[in-house]
Design a protein around this ligand. Structure first.
Ligand SMILES: *[C@@H]1O[C@H](CO)[C@@H](O)[C@H](O)[C@H]1NC(C)=O
Length: 432
């Protein structure tokens, strides 16, 4: 009798274990064979929004005399416009970058496919400009790196119909090896040359050498974002507007104390938000403020203490973060508790980098945490109209995306939490 019972017990246990989600194994770093290219041919092409009707085109050539021109038009092979931009380069110990070209083209029509060529030669690329109004879809993925999982995340994003990619930090995982910036640029080119990629910095962008190099030279040279266009003194934080959405990109690795440039820029930027023109307000940053994973626990606390009242007073709808290699979605929160007038926080640092997943969580799950799972994947935010948005998180189940979290989100506009009414606003006004 007894052995039979044990057998049944073992059977029951193993069935309940296998019924659980089986997490795929880590995948290897991608191998990039060296492909010789003519020095004047464009490499690592990516685009980003500059202003409402302008797009910045970025590419690199080995040839330092290659011109920074972009030819473009709305039919293949027929270039009706040409713009001359500028370029930069940098060196890092024994590495010298190619010529990094930045050319802002426009004015462009909304929701239109443009065909373009960089430097007057090489292949033709195409891009689609975002729509003028809702609906608009954002793809969201952070902590990408360049492994087999990065590849499947990118393939899944490529398969979804999106307008703009949002990346809250940790792009290439170059970590001082400058060649990895180049291979990352090539890896993402098929997507990043076709849709604007809007990024902010993570810790893996920081390449400090004390007394010699300060932090972000490679990142700033290669991934120039519209900071000047948004009145910011630094490429490490900026904002932009697209189709009724105001997006603030904060810098977890730039000073944010009350006397900092970032703090005063953020205050000014938020005060300029017009919720009639942009009913939705999003914020991205690298280090999460609401995180119940054991990884990087408490790292965002200081920044949150300083900046959370500003975001709350401005009625921010959503905050996206990376850094923790797992997915987590909160309720609307403020000051460590759920609050109907605070933003929803989403950690999405699960793009697929070589460091693997962060699988250990604090128990019990905090009251504000709705959904958490350590898997690689990406998110999609479809803003349907001025009150409704649909958020979904797609986990990489081997080579297929599986929608494993989804929620309808209503904007804080018209919610009774409108800026000026909440106690957060009064708190700001009382500050010295
Ligand atoms: C906005 O979209 C939601 C979801 O599709 C819909 O229920 C609602 O009626 C829409 N609102 C307006 C004003 O069209």
């Amino acid at each position: 009798m007894e052995p039979k019972l044990i057998l049944i017990l073992i059977l029951v246990i193993s069935v309940s274990v296998t019924a659980d989600y089986v997490r795929p194994k880590p995948r290897k770093a991608l191998h990039f064979p060296w492909k010789p290219k003519a020095p004047s041919l464009p490499q690592q092409v990516h685009i980003s929004l500059s202003s409402e009707k302008h797009m910045r085109i970025t590419w690199i050539t080995d040839d330092e005399y290659a011109p920074s021109i972009v030819q473009y038009g709305t039919s293949p092979g027929k270039y009706t416009s040409i713009t001359l931009g500028g370029s930069t380069s940098y060196s890092y110990l024994f590495y010298s970058s190619g010529k990094i070209h930045h050319t802002v083209i426009g004015p462009l029509e909304h929701d239109t496919i443009y065909y373009y060529r960089c430097g007057g030669q090489g292949p033709e690329f195409q891009l689609k400009t975002p729509p003028a109004q809702f609906p608009i879809t954002f793809a969201v993925a952070a902590d990408l790196g360049q492994t087999g999982w990065t590849k499947s995340t990118l393939d899944h994003i490529d398969g979804c119909n999106y307008d703009v990619h949002l990346l809250p930090g940790d792009l290439s995982y170059a970590d001082y090896l400058q060649r990895r910036w180049d291979t990352f640029g090539e890896l993402v080119q098929p997507l990043a040359s076709a849709r604007p990629w809007m990024v902010t910095e993570g810790n893996h962008e920081q390449e400090n050498i004390p007394f010699f190099k300060d932090g972000f030279e490679s990142y700033n040279s290669r991934w120039t974002m519209p900071y000047q266009e948004s009145g910011s003194p630094s490429n490490l934080y900026y904002s932009f507007e697209v189709a009724g959405v105001h997006v603030v990109m904060l810098g977890s690795y730039a000073a944010y104390d009350l006397n900092s440039n970032q703090y005063s820029w953020l205050k000014t930027d938020l005060s300029r938000v017009d919720r009639k023109r942009t009913p939705w307000l999003l914020v991205l940053l690298h280090v999460p403020w609401y995180n119940s994973n054991k990884a990087h626990q408490g790292e965002g606390d200081r920044m949150m203490e300083t900046l959370e009242p500003l975001l709350y007073a401005a009625n921010v709808d959503l905050v996206f973060a990376g850094h923790v290699h797992a997915y987590e979605r909160s309720k609307r929160v403020y000051n460590g508790r759920s609050d109907p007038c605070g933003p929803i926080h989403i950690t999405i640092g699960d793009g697929g980098n070589r460091e693997g997943l962060a699988t250990r969580y604090n128990d019990p799950q905090p009251e504000w945490s709705v959904f958490r799972e350590a898997s690689f994947g990406h998110g999609e935010l479809k803003i349907v109209n001025l009150t409704h948005a649909f958020w979904s998180w797609h986990r990489n189940d081997d080579d297929e995306p599986v929608r494993s979290d989804e929620v309808w989100i209503t904007s804080l506009v018209g919610s009774g939490c409108h800026a000026g009414k909440g106690h957060g606003q009064r708190k700001i006004l009382m500050e010295p």
